[in-house]
Design a protein around this ligand. Structure first.
Ligand SMILES: [Zn+2]
Length: 326
C-alpha cells in the first residue's frame, strides 16, 4: 500500500503518520481558555481535584471567578500553577499549552524568535518560558543507574576563536593561553533501548567519574578510542570502537549516543546558533528528552511535559529572571 506521497505505509516514518499528531495549535485555540484551564487542573491533580500545596488538604473552596482555591484547613489561597514552574504566570492557559505544543513539535528545538512570533509575545517572555519548560524536562531523569549496554561519548561546544585576518597575526588556537575558557563538553551516557543522560563538563575525561555515579557496574559500556576512556576498563566490561577504522563492529559501536549528539548539534546550529556554557545543559536535557520520547504522539508528549512542569517547583534559576538584571 502506498499513500499519496509515495511512502510505503510499512516504512513510513513515525513523524509522518497520523498517529504522531494528536494535538494541534488549532485544537488548543479552539478549546478556549476555560477548557485549557480545566486541562491544567487535570494535569496537576489526579481527577482535577485541587489539593492544598501547603498542607496537602483536599478540602478547598473554589473561587471560580478568579480561578483560585482556598484551603479549608489552613486558609492558604492558591491557583493551579502555584508552587510550580508556571507560578506567577501572566500568559493565558491556552498560550501556555500552545508553548508546550510548540516545544514538543520542534523535533530539533525551536528558536525563541520563532516562538515569540508564533505566540505573539515578547522575546524575553518566550525565552524564560522555554527555559522553564526545559528545566522541567531536565528533571525527568532515570531514578536508577543505567544498565545493560551503555554508550558514552562527548560533544564539544563553544569557545570558538576566530582566526585573525592576516596570517602573521594568527595564533596557535590549540594552546590553552589562546583559548577563551568558554569551551564545554557534553558527556552523554545512553542506555540502548533506554534513557539518555547528558552532563556538561570542561573535559571529556570527567565522564569516567560520572560513569561511576550513574552507570551500573553490571552494565557493558561502549566507548571510542580516546585514551581517557581506558580507565573505564577498571570498573566495567567495555567494548571499544576505533572510529578511524570503523563506525560499528560486532563487538561495539557508539551509534546511539552519536544520534543523540546529532539531534543536539542540529538544535544548536539550526535553531539557537550560539549557546553559552551557562545554558548548554538546558539544551542538552531538552534534546535528550526529545530523543528518549521520540516514538510518542505529540499529544502524549505535551501531556508528559505538562505533568513535569506542574510537579516541578518554582524555578530558582528563572523566577524573575529579567528583573534580577542577569
Ligand atoms: Zn492548606
Amino acid at each position: 500500500m502506498y499513500n499519496i506521497i509515495g511512502y510505503s505505509d510499512m516504512s513510513q516514518h513515525f513523524l509522518l503518520s497520523a498517529a504522531s499528531r494528536t494535538l494541534s495549535l488549532r485544537g488548543i485555540y479552539q478549546m478556549g481558555e476555560a477548557k485549557a484551564y480545566e486541562t491544567f487542573c487535570q494535569m496537576r491533580w489526579d481527577g482535577g481535584q485541587a489539593t492544598c500545596p501547603r498542607c496537602g488538604c483536599l478540602d478547598t473552596y473554589h473561587i471560580s471567578t478568579r480561578r483560585k482555591f482556598k484551603c479549608k484547613g489552613c486558609n492558604y489561597q492558591f491557583s493551579v500553577t502555584s508552587g510550580t514552574i508556571f507560578a506567577s504566570r501572566k500568559m493565558s492557559f491556552t498560550d501556555l499549552l500552545a508553548a508546550i505544543c510548540l516545544i514538543v513539535n520542534g523535533a530539533k528545538g525551536i528558536s525563541m524568535i520563532q516562538m515569540s512570533r508564533d505566540l505573539d509575545c515578547q522575546y524575553k517572555t518566550a525565552f524564560v518560558l522555554a527555559h522553564k519548560i526545559r528545566e522541567a524536562m531536565g528533571s525527568d531523569r532515570p531514578a536508577m543507574p543505567l544498565e545493560g549496554d551503555v554508550e558514552v561519548d562527548g560533544m564539544y561546544n563553544g569557545g570558538y576563536v576566530r582566526p585573525a585576518n592576516l596570517k602573521e597575526d594568527r595564533v596557535d588556537r590549540r594552546l590553552a593561553e589562546n583559548q577563551t575558557g568558554k569551551r564545554r563538553v557534553v558527556v552523554a551516557f545512553r542506555q540502548r533501548k533506554g534513557r539518555t543522560l547528558p552532563f556538561v563538563v570542561r573535559s571529556e575525561s570527567e565522564g569516567v567519574e560520572l560513569a561511576m555515579q550513574h552507570v551500573s557496574r553490571m552494565a557493558t559500556m561502549h566507548a571510542d578510542e580516546a585514551t581517557h576512556w581506558d580507565r573505564l576498563h577498571d570498573g566495567w566490561q567495555v567494548g571499544r570502537i576505533n572510529h578511524s577504522e570503523a563506525y560499528a563492529t560486532l563487538e561495539s559501536c557508539t551509534n546511539q549516543v552519536e544520534s543523540y549528539f546529532s539531534r543536539l548539534r542540529r538544535m544548536i546550529r539550526g535553531q539557537h546558533h550560539h549557546v553559552s556554557a551557562r545554558y548548554l545543559h538546558q539544551y542538552a536535557n531538552h534534546a535528550a528528552w526529545l530523543e528518549d520520547h521520540r516514538g510518542l504522539p505529540n499529544g502524549e508528549l505535551a501531556g508528559r511535559v505538562g505533568d513535569l512542569a506542574l510537579t516541578h517547583p518554582v524555578s530558582r534559576n528563572w523566577k524573575g529572571y529579567w528583573q534580577s538584571g542577569k
